[in-house]
Structures are given as C-alpha cells and as structure tokens.
Design a protein around this ligand. Structure first.
Ligand code: PFF
Length: 452
C-alpha cells in the first residue's frame, strides 16, 4: 500500500483544517441561526458548545485519524482490528460527506455566480429593478433556472478536480495556504466597514448583549447542531485530514486553534452582518437562510458607495470559504478510493468527482424545473440537506463518540494526544470523559429534536 501523504508544514496543517471548517456554515448559516435563536444568547450557548463538545470531539477525531493512519473506513479497522463491524461508522461518514457535497457544490456555484455578476456589475444593473423585492426576484429566478446554475456548479466541480488532482500537499495545502489569509484579510476589511456604519452600536448590542428570556431548549439544540456542522465533525473530514498530519503535530493544540479560528470567523460575520442590517433597516424576515447573503447583502451593497467593489470582495470571500470546504468534503471519498479501492490518486479523484457532474446538477434542477418531483414531500436538494444534517450527521457523531469512548482503548487516545509520551497532556482524561459520557447524550438531543 502506498505511503500516506502528509501536509508539509504546521501552517499547512492549520490552514487546510481551518479551510475545511470555515465554510457556508460560518458565513451563511451562523448569522441566520443567531437571528432566529434570539441574538447574543444563541452566541453564548454556541460558544459553550464549542468548548464543551466541539473541541473535545475534534481532538478525539484527530486522534482517530492520525492513529488510524488511513481513510475513514481503514482508520476504524487499524485502531481496533478485532472489532470488525465498526468500519461501518466510517462508511456512514463517507456517504454523508459525499451527499452533503452534492448539494453544497450547488450553493458554491451560486456564490461563484454572484461573484461573477458583482464583477461585471450585472447584479446591480437597473434593468432588473432596485430594492429588496428586486433582489429576491433575481435570486429566485436565478436558482430555479436551468442552465446557468448548472454551468456554475460544474465550474466548481472542475475547480475541485483541479486542486484534488494536485494531491494533498501540492494541492489542498497550497491552496489553503493562499486562500485562508485572503479570507481573513477580507473579513477584517468588512468588519472595519461595518463598524463604521451609523447602526453599528445597535447591531452589536443585538449580537453581543444576551437577553436570557430568549433562551429555550431549542436554542441549545440548534447551537449544538451548528457547532458540529461548522467544525466539520463526524463527517470523516477531520479524520481524513488528520491522517495527513505529521507525527509531531500536537493534536489538542491544533484542535483548539482550528476551533477558535472557526469561532472567530463566525464572530466576525456577526460583527459584519448585524450593524449593516440595523443601519439599512432591513426586515428581520429577510435575514433567514439563503436570502441573507443573496438578497439582504446585495441590497445593502447597492446602497453603499463602491457597490461593485464591496460586492465582489464579499462574494470572493464566500466563494473561497465554500471552495476550501468542498475540497475537504471530497477528499474524504478520494482518500477512501485510494486506500480501499487501491486506485491511483488521479483515478480516485475522477471516480469521486465525475459522478458529481451528474448528481449536483440534479440537485440544482430539483429546486427549479424538477421541483415537481419530490421525495418525502421535499425536493432532492432539501431531502439531502435534511437527511444528512438532521439524521446522518448526528447518528455518525454518536457512533463515533461511542467508539472512541467505549471501544477504542483509552491508551490509544493517550498515545495520540501525548505523541507517545513526547509531550505532556493534562486533558486526556477530560476529553475521554466528555467523549464517553457527555457528547453522545448531547448529540442524541440534536437527533431527537430533528424529529420534533
Ligand atoms: N464546516 C464547513 C461549513 O461550516 O460550511 C463545511 C461542512 C462540513 C459543512 C460538514 C457541513 C458539514 F456537514
């Protein structure tokens, strides 16, 4: 079997993993969740979830990945060769990440379309009318269209193939090393712009001053789900990337760094969005889901000086965030095809990416011309979104925690977190306890709430 590829530097390890974690979850989903979860109180619960659940589970998944030294299926087999059935948890993760990728790619295509239209100025052409209504119409007619969204989705599919073919260090790591600094730079610029708006105070108040009367059990469950989604947990992603970590990487420190940077991006998005929304007095209802970035923000940009520049920079930010996440979602399957299927890197990339050239356009069409065909009353797009994030992700998360807490020997975790005694780690016991007792129960809450 070919030797496992590795990231070549510490910066590369962090950049690639942050690139995976920071995605549409931070930029798009998080502000919408804050809005519907009652503002700062959601943020507070979310931060607790990151520390209580996110960081420990990420550390444990990293241990499984690096110690397992393989793809998501192979890792379980290598860590506990005698407990045969557990590889299925890895298989579930691979399937979930692939299904997520199929519709995530479509949204990545939307972000790219908006980038192109911002650069050309088409998005703000007076021909299409002005105001929120006009932007809502434009988004609706764009995403339900037949050809254009498919072309953009296929462009993102091809861009993924291009990077993946270049390999772990020469492709994923290099792209992340360039794109992550760009992303943070853009975020800083936008924070500056937003904070200079007249409504900055009111926006920050909503985002940062908790109103505890808005706290409900649902807030907690939503925050838990968001932390899992945002940190790319239980999808085989962290597991696969950490199999590329050098043996000297300090896992706990890496998990803390990645999680805090992911949280920082979410916080910066809040600092960007809420002052802007307060300043331009847009209706709350439009802060939900996809309309936040594709309707509310264009409307805000249209009222600012330098519309096209700000809009282009913002959609560049969004495209970068989505792109590095799609790469990580795809790499889970590529690694599997390479290790289990014994394929060369290029064949594995083809085998993973080419089917997406059919599956993702099908997802795109399902919100447009094919919206009449439904599964359980939902379009293919919504069905995949719901099944993966509400069922497969939590089920995979519970099983992975049970495996790491109860099935894999504690000495395994200990060995990985201390780099086999080379460094000291005072947190092995805490992480083991959380993964064994707390995380499965909390993740079960996410699962149950999905059915209520
Ligand atoms: N963590 C990334 C995001 O927040 O967008 C990518 C991602 C990974 C999304 C896993 C969803 C998911 F289930």
């Amino acid at each position: 079997m070919a030797k496992q590829a590795k990231f070549s530097s510490r910066i590369g390890v962090i950049a690639a993993t942050v690139g995976s974690a920071v995605g549409l979850g931070n930029v798009w989903r998080f502000p919408a969740e804050v809005q519907s979860g009652g503002g700062a109180v959601f943020l507070l619960v979310y931060i607790i979830c990151i520390f209580l659940l996110g960081i420990p589970v990420m550390t444990a998944e990293m241990a499984l990945g690096r110690g397992g030294d393989s793809d998501a299926v192979g890792a379980f087999r290598n860590v506990t060769p005698r407990r045969r059935g557990w590889w299925m948890v890895g298989a579930l993760a691979i399937l979930s990440s692939y299904l997520i990728l199929s519709f995530y790619m479509v949204v990545a295509g939307w972000t790219f379309e908006y980038l192109v239209q911002s650069v050309t100025g088409d998005l703000y052409s007076p021909v299409h009318g002005q105001g929120e209504e006009a932007f809502l119409d434009r988004m609706g007619s764009y995403i339900t269209g037949t050809y254009r969204p498919i072309v953009m989705t296929l462009f993102m599919v091809a861009a993924n193939l291009f990077v993946l073919l270049k390999g772990v260090s020469g492709g994923i790591e290099k792209v992340s090393n360039v794109m992550m600094p760009v992303l943070f730079l853009l975020l800083i610029v936008f924070c500056g712009v937003s904070l200079s708006l007249p409504g900055a105070g009111a926006g920050l108040e909503f985002f940062l001053r908790p109103d505890f009367s808005a706290l409900t059990p649902l807030t907690v469950v939503e925050a838990l789900g968001q932390s899992f989604f945002s940190l790319s947990l239980a999808m085989g992603i962290i597991l696969t990337y950490s199999s590329y970590y050098p043996s000297s990487t300090r896992l706990t420190r890496t998990a803390v760094t990645v999680s805090l940077l992911d949280l920082l991006v979410a916080l910066m998005m809040g600092v960007i969005i809420f002052p802007a929304v307060m300043t331009f007095g847009l209706s709350d209802s439009n802060l939900a889901g996809s309309s936040l970035v594709f309707v509310t923000l264009p409307e805000i940009f249209s009222q600012m000086q330098g519309t096209r520049i700000w809009s282009s920079l913002f959609f560049l930010l969004l495209t970068v965030a989505a792109f590095t996440s799609t790469i990580s979602l795809a790499e889970v399957s590529v690694a599997f095809m390479q290790r289990r299927g014994g394929l060369s890197r290029s064949k594995a990339c083809m085998a993973v990416i080419l089917p997406l050239a059919l599956l993702s356009p099908a997802c795109s069409l399902s919100v447009g011309p094919w919206s009449g065909y439904t599964i359980c009353g939902m379009t293919l797009f919504d069905f995949l979104d719901n099944v993966t994030t509400n069922i497969m992700l939590p089920v995979g998360g519970i099983l992975m925690c049970i495996y790491l807490g109860w099935v894999a020997p504690k000495s395994f975790l200990d060995g990985q977190l201390t780099n086999f005694g080379a460094i000291r780690s005072r947190v092995v016991g805490i992480i083991h306890f959380i993964v064994k007792w707390i995380a499965p129960v909390l993740i079960a809450l996410i699962l149950v709430s999905g059915f209520i």
